[in-house]
Design a protein around this ligand. Structure first.
Ligand SMILES: Cc1cc2nc3c(=O)[nH]c(=O)nc-3n(C[C@H](O)[C@H](O)[C@H](O)COP(=O)(O)O)c2cc1C
Length: 412
């Protein structure tokens, strides 16, 4: 028999913990987001479909992105025991400078279209967190304004070598003059990938006011208010052009670029030169022999060649081949700090996040980027503590197994 009693009012009182309601809607929304996926959901509600899909989507059947994320889900961690992990050190060095965590913000084009604070939010949040920020050639904030937003932190510049070489070279010179320390030459874009969502949405810059976009705008008035009341969207690095996204991308990309271009850029750039979009062991070797300061294993977040190799699967072999000779970073599919920890354990020196940052930006501007960074850094620290690893440099391959779901079958 359960014994029952009449509850005393004082006991009930003790249980009551009513918090004052948070009146700041942005803060309330962001505080409730516990994962990058939560930020994505908020972003989707608040951003017009065409801009959200441009960010969220990938090329063709979007297999590459799905596979990259699955590969991270398929990580199995092997923790140690009984080590003092009261304090963990997440700091590292990469491309000749420090970073408070082993990740930075990847270059993304059209960023102010996703949310009006754009690169200024990204660069200032990165500066505050002590991690590097990368400005894209197709960024919507100028090199100089990014420097002003992140005056003391590390800024990197991502380069597309365009048909009109002088435009690209001009950007390289400006980035050097503004004190950007690393140039990231993207090489996986001879032409733009087929982003089918953009085609279906008729996504263009500036956005067109069609019946569809007007209906889509009704539940998202603040995005349009921001868009219409802030300076016109144009490429702050390039001379302003308009058109469909495919046309704009194709105007920035040149299918004839070659290793000769790498030589030219090397001779112009005083800082660290790294190549983004490396997808084979042989190319990693070749670039390393050519003396680049780093390579970024990436399939562009699945936005270029669909069914391209999963960078995380490529990582161990590339580390074995060139890990002692150059610095290897990796991106594509990172949605959790644990993905970052797993990448470092398998030998990457650094990681980049694209969408994870953009979901935060779309969810709440600068505060949203802060929240995205905080979610990732909390996950990194917690994962390291649970693995019983006190320093990033102590993460080793023994901490991670890649489960086999997506492993290639042995060749006959
Ligand atoms: C909306 C968007 C725009 C991008 N624009 C560029 C770009 O201009 N230049 C570039 O090198 N990579 C670009 N990328 C690729 C990112 O730098 C990065 O490789 C990719 O986002 C990593 O995958 P993740 O989004 O899963 O983190 C873009 C990615 C996204 C999502």
């Amino acid at each position: 028999m359960v014994k029952r009693q009449v509850p005393k009012p004082s006991e009930l009182f003790e249980l009551m913990h009513f918090k004052a309601p948070e009146l700041n809607g942005r803060k309330r929304r962001l505080d409730a987001a516990l994962t990058i996926e939560d930020l994505r959901k908020i972003a989707k509600r608040r951003t017009p479909a065409a801009a959200f899909d441009y960010t969220d989507g990938a090329a063709e059947g979007e297999f590459s992105l799905g596979r990259a994320r699955q590969a991270f889900e398929d990580v199995e961690f092997h923790p140690g025991i009984l080590r003092d992990v009261s304090n963990v050190d997440t700091s590292t060095t990469i491309f000749g400078g420090p970073s408070a965590y082993p990740f930075g913000i990847a270059p993304t084009g059209f960023t102010r279209l996703m949310q009006t604070e754009g690169e200024v939010a990204g660069a200032s949040a990165a500066g505050a967190a002590g991690i590097p920020f990368t400005l894209s050639t197709l960024g919507t904030t100028s090199i100089e304004d990014v420097k002003a937003a992140n005056p003391n932190g590390r800024n990197w510049f991502q380069l597309y070598v365009m048909r009109q070489r002088e435009i690209s070279y001009g950007l390289v010179e400006r980035a050097a003059a503004a004190g950007f320390d690393t140039l990231m030459f993207t090489v996986d874009t001879p032409v733009a990938g087929a982003r089918l969502r953009d085609k279906r949405n008729g996504f263009s810059i500036p956005p067109q006011l069609t019946l569809g976009t007007v209906i889509d705008a009704i539940p998202r008035p603040w995005w349009w208010w921001d868009f219409l009341t802030t300076p016109t969207l144009e490429f702050a690095s390039l001379s302003s052009t308009g058109g469909t996204v495919g046309e704009l991308l194709d105007s920035a990309m040149d299918p004839s670029i070659s290793f000769d271009d790498l030589d030219v850029i090397r001779s112009m750039w005083p800082g660290k030169l790294v190549v983004k979009g490396v997808q084979t062991v042989a190319d990693a070797r070749k670039l390393t022999d050519l003396g680049v300061d780093g390579i970024i294993l990436s399939n562009h977040g699945g936005r270029q060649l669909d069914r391209a190799p999963i960078p995380f699967h490529l990582l161990p072999e590339v580390v074995r081949e060139v890990g002692n000779d150059t610095e290897i970073a990796i991106d594509t599919g990172i949605m959790n700090g644990a993905d970052i920890v797993a990448s470092i354990a398998l030998g990457a020196k650094f990681t980049l996040v694209g969408r994870a940052y953009l979901y935060g930006l779309m969810a709440g501007g600068r505060d949203g980027v802060d929240r995205a960074i905080q979610i990732l850094t909390d996950q990194i620290v917690r994962t390291m503590k649970l693995l019983e690893v006190a320093h990033v440099a102590e993460l080793e391959p023994r901490h991670v197994t890649q489960l086999q779901r997506l492993e290639p079958r042995p060749r006959p």
